[in-house]
Design a protein. Structure first.
Length: 208
């Protein structure tokens, strides 16, 4: 099923933004179109005119949301030169994008928990774009003798999974009664993740 290709107008954008928030809050099954009409003030006929049905709306929202994360990450990595710099920027950029667009990690975690039951192919392709970006920089590192040979999926899961879990679990962690703050800030967490991955991927000298 293809998303509506009409150029979005103000009404379509209003529907898209509100629907994205609802999908993040309630998931696909929990998002009711009647509630969407109440939140947006847009009647159901207009919603269906722009997006045809809930499945099309979900595909459009997720594809646009995931692309808005994947594209800046890929662009930022392209600006770096060395594999170490690219890896650090990949992690930092994804962390920043996921923080700025909290619906993204929330929806992704929901889809993972459901086995990707409703994940549109077009949205999955944006996650694959992130994986390809990481794979290319790891290949560069391996060719230059900087990184060990790893299946890119392993560090990909470490980065995406760790950061999405960190961000989505924040409200739960905030409710833990503790006399002192024990959680790291996002920048500290990201820095530690960079250190762990750079160290773990580093090529070791035989006999060292």
């Amino acid at each position: 099923m293809k998303p509506n290709t009409r150029k979005p107008n103000a009404t379509a954008l209003k529907i898209q933004l509100c629907a994205t928030e609802m999908f993040a809050e309630k998931g696909y099954e929990g998002t009711i179109m009647d509630e969407l009409t109440e939140r947006t003030g847009v009647n159901k006929a207009s919603i269906y005119y722009h997006f045809r049905d809930k499945a099309t709306l979900y595909e459009h929202c997720l594809t646009q949301l995931f692309a808005s994360v994947a594209a800046p990450v890929a662009d930022a990595v392209d600006q770096a030169s060395t594999p170490h710099e690219k890896l650090a920027i990949f992690i930092q950029s994804f962390a920043e994008q996921a923080r700025e667009k909290p619906a993204m990690p929330s929806i992704l975690m929901r889809e993972i928990a459901s086995g990707g039951q409703h994940m549109p192919d077009t949205a999955r392709q944006q996650m694959q774009r992130l994986l390809s970006t990481l794979k290319n920089l790891l290949n560069q590192g391996q060719q230059e003798g900087i990184f060990e040979s790893f299946n890119a999926l392993t560090p990909h899961f470490m980065v995406i999974g760790s950061l999405c879990f960190f961000l989505t679990s924040q409200p739960m962690r905030d409710r833990i009664d503790s006399p002192e703050k024990i959680d790291p800030e996002l920048n500290e967490f990201t820095h530690q993740l960079i250190q762990i991955l750079q160290s773990g991927l580093a090529k070791t000298t035989k006999g060292a």
